[in-house]
Design a protein around this ligand. Structure first.
Ligand code: MG
Ligand code: MG
Length: 626
């Protein structure tokens, strides 16, 4: 498809926006009028700049408050349109967007609106231009695409068509199914936007909180599917008004934007492929399939010699034992249950670069998957970068990609047994458990602390590249501000990540981010079968946990009908508790070490599917008082 984006979706000057959009591989733009009004150059010059970058100017937008007006206003608007047509011809923009009227002067008369739009289209036709009519969700008399389509039909002019915008339809919970019945060639343009589900005024929602497809909660794939069923073959475009995108570096936004369209196309393609009757008139992006992932194989820490020794003490207190050391590098492997921790203190390595930039921190995750090369193929098709580490003789090459923020994700072949990945690269000399094993079994989840402008990026990255689905978005109270938290997981829940962003500069998450530069692992949750037994063994090993206020347990008993014996065990051990309809969650947090990183020990009971987020304030308050 011809892929386009509205200039309002990005930060920067108009020229910077065009350069970022061209670099990300777009074919064209929608020119947002304010961007042109403030552009230091003529329409012809803008057309040349776009052309030199290989971009077409697909749409000039918006033209407002036109249809259904009293005669005097209508005549003036026609003159205004002629001046815009002059510009469009000079820059080479073929189509103008006219959005439904919001003026209090507008009359509720579809026949008049149709007649006036016919006249506008006639003027456009004289110059070989076209006009598309879009229903704004807050239009005075026209707010549904169905109403706009009735007016376009009635106007009956070849140079007048319909413009569809997923936001306006989906924000009003209007049914997009009727789109499939509209002749495809009468749909002149398609604007896609996603958004989080919010209860707020639709204008504020539209102007501040739209997001790229795959970042929000709307069924944008279903919407796009209806336009394809209609036989639409025009540009696929993004029109995103978002406060954060307006200040995010535009090159990052442009990559997210392209990823979102590729994701949208590939998902819609799959849905249409399931119904062979739906003839496909355009070529939709067809990347390698989402990999089948089965949990985390390892977590790798970036360290130097000194912090590697500190980490060694810490992980031994957590019940890990040293399994081996790398054949050629200063890299040590620790294990407990199915959990592998790698401490990488090799100078001149990727890990050392991360250590120098971010201190002792997680620098890579190893994800088990059925077909690592296909997984990397999927990731690069979705615009992630591949990473190749130098490989020594007889060492296994594990393909990797760069995640947003710069850490690596390795794809580890799932068929390798416990030592399969390591026996080539490591001299395995298991030092034995030595009675320290605490019963930790596997990695339950990894929580990331993200800069505010990276949450949407991560939701889309994990969805499009890893096939994870986001859960509910929660807001949690830190003593110094709010944290937003969202879990993403694969279908069988063997891989879970929690994305946390601080909405304030003053929270613990924000302060951790300023140390680590963002995109950092903020805690690692390890699962066990009996949290009281495991916590006792960990304490005996010397692990220290965050103390929990007595008031927490008094309150817990008032909220949840809980066995008093269990409550007193939890109080004694400092274990936190959450209950959902599906099951219970018992968990406890260690004190943090260098860089603010800490561990969580968790026991899931029955089908509990969340992360104990309601208890995060207890931890945050405790850490603040500690
Ligand atoms: Mg729009
Ligand atoms: Mg957690």
């Amino acid at each position: 498809m011809h892929r386009s984006i509205a200039t309002v979706s990005l930060s920067g000057t108009l020229r910077q926006k065009l350069e970022a959009v061209a670099d990300a591989g777009f074919d064209g733009i929608e020119l947002f009028e304010a961007d042109f009004i403030n552009f230091n150059g003529t329409a012809a010059e803008l057309g040349r700049i776009a052309g030199d970058l290989g971009l077409s100017i697909d749409l000039y937008q918006p033209f407002r408050d036109f249809e259904g007006m009293p005669e005097a206003q209508f005549r003036r608007s026609l003159e205004r349109a002629e001046r815009k047509f002059d510009l469009m011809q000079a820059m080479g923009a073929p189509t103008m967007l006219c959005c439904s009227n919001t003026s209090p002067l507008a009359v509720n008369d579809p026949a008049l609106a149709a007649a006036q739009l016919h006249e506008l289209a006639e003027r456009a036709a004289r110059r070989n231009l076209r006009v598309g009519f879009e229903a704004l969700a807050w239009g005075r008399h026209t707010w549904l695409y169905g109403q706009a389509w009735e007016i376009v039909k009635q106007a009956n002019h070849p140079n007048l068509g319909l413009i569809l915008d997923s936001f306006h339809t989906l924000s009003l919970k209007d049914d997009p199914a009727g789109i499939a019945a509209i002749p495809g060639d009468k749909i002149f343009f398609l604007q896609m936007a996603d958004a989080p589900l919010l209860s707020m005024d639709v204008i504020q929602w539209a102007r501040h909180h739209r997001s790229f497809p795959g970042q929000g909660d709307f069924d944008v794939i279903g919407f796009f599917e209806q336009a394809l069923r209609a036989g639409y073959t025009g540009p696929l475009s993004l029109e995103i008004f978002n406060d954060i995108f307006r200040e995010t570096p535009n090159r990052r936004t442009a990559v997210d934007a392209m990823r979102s369209l590729l994701y949208l196309e590939s998902e819609a393609r799959q849905r249409l492929a399931e119904q062979p009757a739906a003839a496909q008139q355009v070529t939709l992006f067809d990347p390698p399939p989402v990999p089948s992932l089965s949990g985390l194989s390892f977590i790798e820490f970036a360290a130097d010699e000194a912090s590697a020794a500190t980490l060694a003490t810490l992980v031994k207190q957590l019940g890990f034992r040293r399994i081996g050391r790398h054949r050629s590098k200063a890299v040590t492997l620790y294990r407990q249950g199915d959990i592998n921790l790698i401490v990488n203190a090799q100078p001149d390595s990727f890990a050392r670069q991360r250590f120098e930039a971010h201190g002792t921190s997680v620098c890579a995750l190893g994800v088990r998957c059925d077909d690592p090369l296909a997984a990397v193929g999927r990731a690069t098709a979705m615009r992630s970068q591949r990473h190749d580490s130098p490989v020594g003789p007889n060492e296994l090459r594990v393909p990797a990609i760069v995640a947003p923020g710069g850490n690596l994700i390795h794809f580890v072949p799932g068929m390798l047994g416990a030592n399969g990945l390591y026996e080539n690269d490591f001299v395995l000399e298991d030092e034995g458990a030595g009675g320290n094993d605490a019963g930790l079994q596997r990695i339950d989840h990894v929580a990331l602390g993200l800069a505010l402008d990276q949450l949407d990026t991560w939701v889309l990255f994990t969805r499009a590249v890893l096939g994870l689905e986001p859960g509910e978005s929660l807001e949690l109270a830190d003593p110094f501000g709010l944290i937003r938290s969202r879990g993403v997981a694969n279908a069988d829940r063997s891989l879970r990540l929690v994305l946390n962003v601080s909405l304030s500069q003053r929270t613990r998450t924000a302060r951790t981010l300023s140390v680590t530069g963002g995109g950092a692992v903020h805690h690692i949750a390890l699962s066990c079968a009996d949290i009281f037994e495991t916590a006792a063994r960990l304490r005996a090993n010397g692990t220290r946990f965050v103390p929990i206020s007595d008031n927490y347990y008094d309150d817990l008993a008032t909220r949840i009908d809980i066995d008093p014996a269990l409550l007193s065990r939890m109080r004694e051990a400092g274990v936190l508790f959450d209950r959902s309809l599906a099951g219970d969650y018992l968990h406890i947090y260690t004190e943090s070490f260098e860089g603010g990183l800490f561990f969580e020990v968790a026991q899931r009971v029955a089908g509990y599917d969340a992360y104990g987020a309601l208890n995060a304030p207890a931890r945050l308050a405790s850490q603040a008082q500690g």
